[in-house]
Design a protein around this ligand. Structure first.
Ligand code: UP5
Ligand code: MG
Length: 196
């Protein structure tokens, strides 16, 4: 399938590390297509007639992880749409994989990633950003209680994915506690060093 020729970069980092913010910069300057697993799940949750709406809503509020089959199907559909419509085969997959089984299933069934761009940020900084955003975001998980659960899931379930890729030498780590402009400068430096 065409998707097997796609260039995929996983974008990981804790809740509020700045994944979405930096992906927007990369879309603007490098022509990547940005697929946020969280955005796709929120859209599916709100799609009239979706059989997964309530399940996704509850899992996101609890900071847990939606079953792989659902998320991978949404990502595959979105990739396929882009490939057939725009001939755009460079993808940033944001906020996925968050669990070892998802990482293995995606790379086996869809396409191996080139590398993982990992935004490293202290929890306290991420908490401040999310609480600030929560004043206006309308996201059901931008409250102190959900944020604490998201952090816990990140440490227990998602960091092992980063460590797995790191053990294979496939992680590009960027310190994400600086200003958005400075973080982006660091990202561009890393991309340039890899010929992207
Ligand atoms: N901001 C950004 N960068 C900044 C900087 N350098 N300095 C100061 N402020 C900065 O940024 C967050 C906020 O911080 C914004 O207000 C921004 O302006 C500011 P953002 O770029 O949105 O950070 P991001 O890392 O994208 O944060 P997000 O909240 O989206 O991360 P999550 O990983 O928590 O959310 P996601 O949408 O990926 O997932 C939500 C939930 O969906 C998960 O908890 C899970 O329940 C579910 N999910 C799955 O089950 N499976 C999946 O595969 C994916 C998601
Ligand atoms: Mg995001």
């Amino acid at each position: 399938a065409a998707k097997n020729h796609a260039l995929v970069i996983f974008v990981l980092g804790g809740p509020g590390a700045g994944k979405g913010t930096q992906c927007a910069n990369l879309v603007r300057d490098y022509g990547f297509r940005h697929l946020s697993a969280g955005d796709l799940l929120r859209a599916e949750q709100d799609r009239p007639g979706s059989e997964y709406g309530d399940m996704i809503r509850n899992i996101i509020r609890e900071g847990q992880i939606v079953p792989s089959e659902v998320t991978i199907a949404l990502l595959e559909n979105a990739m396929q749409d882009t490939i057939s419509s725009a001939n755009n085969r460079r993808f940033l997959i944001d906020g996925f994989p968050r669990k070892m089984d998802q990482a293995l299933a995606f790379e086996q069934r869809v396409v191996p990633s080139r590398f993982t761009l990992f935004f490293d940020c202290p929890e306290e900084t991420m908490r401040e950003r999310l609480l600030e955003r929560g004043k206006t975001s309308g996201r059901a998980d931008d409250n102190a209680e959900s944020i604490a659960k998201r952090f816990r899931t990140f440490v227990e379930t998602s960091m092992p994915v980063v460590e797995h890729f790191e053990s294979e030498g496939r992680v590009v780590k960027v310190n994400a506690s600086a200003t958005p402009e400075e973080v982006y400068r660091r990202v561009q430096e890393q991309f340039a060093a890899r010929g992207i």
